[in-house]
Every structure is written in C-alpha cells, then in structure tokens.
Design a protein around this ligand. Structure first.
Ligand code: EPU
Length: 427
C-alpha cells in the first residue's frame, strides 16, 4: 500500500489552487438522474470518490464523458446523461465503499418511481444511520421497505405527491436527498430545518439551472414547487471550503504564508474567525485569500456545529494545529460521536491530548516529532499530514487512500509551496 513520507519543519509559502468541492460534487452528480438531457459539471475535482460515484451512475445506465482535460489541469469537465435508466439498484459493493451513494435514492424514486439502495452501515467516524433520509422521502409520499440489507423506496402511481418534511435534527445528506426528490414531485413541498451548508446551496442552484423551482435557498426552510420534468444544464462546482481550510491550517502550523486561490471566503467565516482568534492573519487577496501565521499560535475553544457554525470536517485539522499552540485548547465535537480517531496518532507524535467524551483538551507542546502513523478517515488523515509538516524529523502516513478520496493532488500542491513530501509506492 502507498505511504506518504514527510520531512517536516519547513515553512510553507506560496500559492495553492483550491479544487472543486468534493461534497458538492457528490450531490451534483446524482442530479444527472433527474433528467434525460445532458448535465455538464465543470470544476469537478479529480478524486477517488468522484470516480466511484461516476461508476455507480454508469451501473444505473448514466453515460459519463470527460472532456479533453490535460493531466496538468486541476479539475475536469464531465457530461452525464441519463437518457434511459437501465437499473434502479445501487449495490452493496459500491455503497459500502462510498456512503454518499445513498444520494441516488431520492432522485431515482422521483424520476423512475422506485429505487433500491444497499444500507451503508457504520463507518470510521460513527454509526451514521440513514433514518432521516427515509423519513424525509416518506413525508414526500414514498413507501419505504427494508429487506436483506437493502432499502427500497417506491412512489405511488403517477409519481411522488410531495409533502412537508420537518427534520428533527439537521442532516446534510438527508436534506440533499429530500430536495432532489421534491423537485420532480407532483405538488409543492416544504423542507423545514433544512441543512444550510454551502454545498446544499450549490445543489439548489444547479437544480434551478435544470428548471426546478426552489425558494428559500440558503435558509432553513426550502419551498419546492415540483416540476413534471427537468432539463439539462451546465453547472460549475463550487470551490472546496474544507480543502481551503486544510491548507490554511498548513500555513498556520508551519509558521508560513499561503494564498489560497479561489477559496470561497464567504462560506468560510467560522473557520477564518477561529484562525484570527489563534493569531493568524486572514486577508482577501486578488487571487483568493492570504493566510499568514504568527510566531506562535494562541489556543482556542471550538465547538463543531452545522453551518454557519464551525464545520466538523475541520475539527481534526484544527486539533493538529492546536497541538503546538501556546496554551490549552478545548475542542468539542457535536456532529459525530466517534470522530477522534486521530487523537492516539497525534499523541504518538508528541501531542498532549485528552479525550473526555465529546470534549477534547489539547495542551500545546513546543514541538511535534515525526513518527509512522495511520488514519481511519479522510480528515483524520489530513490532520496527520499537517502534524507531519510541522514535526521535526520524518513522518510516514499509511492508508493514504483516504486522502485520495478528498484531496486533489495533495503532495503536488504541498510540494509547490515548499513541503518535503513524497508518495512511496509499495507496489
Ligand atoms: N444522521 C442521522 N440520521 C440520518 C442522517 C444523519 O442520525 O439519517 C446523523 C449523523 O449520524 C450525524 C449527523 O446526523 O451524527 C449529521 O450527519 P449528516 O447527515 O449531516 O452528514 P452526511 O450527509 O452523512 C456530510 C458530509 C460529511 C460531513 C457531514 C456534516 C458528504 C458526502 N459528506 O455527511 O463529510 O462531515 O455532512 O457536515 O457531503 C467529509 O467530507 O470528510 C465528511 C465526512
């Protein structure tokens, strides 16, 4: 298996281009299921998860065509066309590798009247049930059956009637599934307590470009007037706020200065506010946003929350950064119950971190030391890369397939700003 080897202690400086957002891409791709006309997505990041989603859509009968992109380009343009759906089943083999596969359930049942998706099961960051997805589709008029590890959603004769979805707690994926189903329902639907993540706004804008009628975009109440059919469109995937936040941490942890090209500044307010609190200078630049680290970071008290709060997807990277801050920080994870798998690995690099339930106390140390480490999920892996960039000596990060799921050409981007980092293939 491949490993990433970092010889740390170098101050990063320069320009990092920010790629298209993984989590926006993973909800924009299934929009292709909603129409028989072509959907062209621009700025799709080159990531393993995007490829896997493409394969899943191919299984369902969607053709995918990547337009002449050169190897040196970041991002791709992909045209997807679901002229005719040849299968309505998302099989276990694909779903178990990529939880986001559940996002085909809503659009498939809305367009084809039925959909069967394997239950995703648990994952490294927690239990992650899909009950909210299923309750939302039921509220829109689908009948839900569970059998043999699969969930089947069926619309009544004539299609989903639409309805009123009230989420008891905020869910990004369930909001996306409900929205993609509601746009093709017969009547008007309301989604209350909708997630307000920027990726949902991106999804809603793409659906509107395809002819959908959605009011309240960006708010916690979405009102959708169902359409009989949607048409094709060309849509540009938003830049990745979590990738940008991760590189901001790379600048901060190495005492460096980076310009994050095309970073979605407005969508990153909570992350930038915390960075500023830690003493990092964040300023807008003609090409994006400039991040300049202080001599020593100040400690923080941070709690994750749904957008516009501080994102759970940045918690691990902040923990790495705060491990060398000048004082004691307190991090609280409120979204996932088991998202501290990076703690023991950071501790092996010399971090002083104690977990007390959902609360983590990080006592800043003077320096981290390189070590062989491995991670169990994407953001945890990134926190180890960050720790490795700051640590003295050599860090080897194993199981880097997690990183390939979510960071486009990570080593290349980091090398270009001065990191000593390489991928070693074990063949
Ligand atoms: N939840 C339920 N029932 C459901 C759905 C969710 O109890 O039916 C719970 C989850 O277990 C969790 C909370 O609700 O405790 C929030 O989960 P949510 O549904 O919002 O998360 P998601 O849609 O599964 C997306 C991102 C995650 C990101 C979360 C939170 C994608 C593909 N994934 O997951 O991204 O952490 O929202 O912002 O969009 C990542 O990129 O590393 C990543 C994990």
């Amino acid at each position: 298996m491949d490993r990433i080897v970092i010889r740390g202690g170098r101050r990063l400086s320069g320009f990092v281009p920010i790629s298209g957002a993984k989590n926006a891409a993973l909800t924009l791709l299934p929009c292709a299921l909603l129409t028989d006309e072509p959907l062209t997505l621009r700025n799709l990041p080159r990531l393993a998860d995007v490829d896997s989603f493409g394969h899943l859509l191919n299984e369902l009968g969607v053709s995918t065509m990547v337009e002449g992109s050169r190897p040196e380009d970041f991002g791709r343009v992909m045209t997807l066309r679901a002229a005719e759906l040849t299968s309505l089943v998302a099989p276990y083999d694909i779903v178990r590798k990529m939880r986001a596969s559940i996002l085909v359930l809503g659009p498939l049942v809305a367009r084809a009247g039925s959909a069967t998706v394997s239950l995703p099961g648990g994952c490294a960051i927690g239990n992650r049930p899909i009950d909210l997805h299923l309750k939302a589709l039921e509220a829109l008029g689908a009948e839900i059956e569970l059998a043999a590890g699969y969930v089947k959603a069926t619309a009544p004769e004539g299609g989903l009637p639409g309805g009123h979805v009230i989420f008891p707690t905020v869910s990004v994926g369930a909001t996306e599934n409900a929205l993609m189903a509601a746009v093709l329902a017969r009547g008007t639907s309301i989604i209350d307590n909708a997630a307000r993540e920027p990726e949902i706004t991106d999804l809603a804008r793409c659906l509107v470009a395809m002819g959908a009628s959605i009011e309240g975009i960006g708010s916690e109440r979405l009102v959708i007037e169902g359409r009989q059919r949607l048409h094709g469109a060309t849509y540009q995937v938003m830049p990745d706020r979590i990738e940008a936040g991760s590189y901001a941490c790379a600048a901060a942890i190495t005492g460096g200065e980076l310009v994050l090209g095309g970073a979605p500044v407005a969508e990153m307010a909570a992350v930038f506010a915390q960075l500023a609190e830690a003493g990092v200078t964040v300023s807008e630049d003609a090409r994006g946003v400039r991040i300049a680290a202080p001599d020593r970071l100040r400690p923080l008290t941070v709690s994750t929350a749904p957008h516009p709060g501080f994102p759970t997807d940045m918690q691990a990277q902040f923990m790495a950064m705060l491990a060398i801050a000048d004082g004691t920080s307190v991090l609280t994870e409120t979204i996932f119950e088991n998202r501290y798998m990076h703690v023991p690995e950071l501790a092996r690099m010399g971090a002083d971190i104690q977990v007390r339930g959902r609360v983590v106390v990080v006592k800043g140390v003077d320096a981290l030391v390189g070590a062989p480490v491995m991670a169990t999920d994407l953001r945890a892996s990134m926190s180890l890369i960050l720790a490795g960039l700051a640590a003295g000596g050599q860090t080897e990060v194993a199981r880097i397939y997690h990183l390939d799921r979510g960071y486009e050409r990570l080593e290349e981007k980091l090398r270009a700003v001065g990191a000593d980092i390489e991928r070693i293939s074990n063949g």
